[in-house]
Design a protein around this ligand. Structure first.
Ligand code: AMP
Length: 176
């Protein structure tokens, strides 16, 4: 489902071949973040799609997810909670380790970042294989938060990451 005219955003996503390694087509969203119309359009689209009053906390996934999640949280009047790579958060944490194409990754969230029953929206820039998003869903569930949905700037549909999100509602502003 398209929730915003892709023509407003697509011209601001830059393809970088073989970054960060050979064979990867990296979707660089920094031009979109740097364009005042595209950036605000993307943030507004996520906020209006889920609707004000529906979210208590917005979890942003390190690092580009932070950039989007913070203004989305502000517009919801919700709190912002970072999901970070292992060892970056100073307080007591919960952790989930998941497989990457090469090796594994651990994501953490502060144990007091979400109270039981709080309604949580998860935000990141790119849904690729879905491993990172699925791990973040797991972190929210560990804290007994209610995942109301996930929002992404763009989705690499051919990687079928949405299959890792179970029944959770998600939206991508652009699909490749
Ligand atoms: P995944 O766990 O495979 O869904 O990967 C998601 C995370 O990796 C996101 O936080 C993205 O920022 C990043 N990522 C993965 N693949 C790409 C890509 N082709 N272009 C840009 N970012 C990517």
């Amino acid at each position: 489902m398209e929730i915003v005219d892709p023509g407003l955003l697509e011209p601001h996503v830059r393809d970088v071949q073989d970054f960060p390694r050979e064979g990867v087509l990296f979707k660089d969203v920094t031009p979109l973040l740097g364009d005042h119309v595209a950036f605000s359009t993307a943030v507004d689209a996520l906020v209006t799609h889920f609707g004000r009053g529906t979210v208590d906390k917005v979890v942003g996934i390190e690092a580009r997810g932070f950039i989007l999640a913070a203004p989305v949280a502000y517009h919801f009047g919700a709190g912002f909670v970072p999901a970070r790579k292992a060892g970056k958060l100073p307080g007591p944490t919960r952790s989930v380790t998941y497989d990457l194409e090469y090796g594994e990754e651990t994501l953490q969230i502060h144990a007091d970042g979400i109270a039981p029953g709080e309604r949580v929206l998860i935000v990141d820039d790119v849904l690729a294989t879905g491993g990172t998003a699925a791990a973040t869903v797991e972190l929210v569930k560990q804290l007994d938060g209610e995942v109301v949905g996930l929002g992404f700037l763009l989705e690499l549909g051919f990687l079928q990451g949405s299959a890792r999100l179970g029944d959770h509602h998600y939206v991508s502003l652009l699909t490749y």
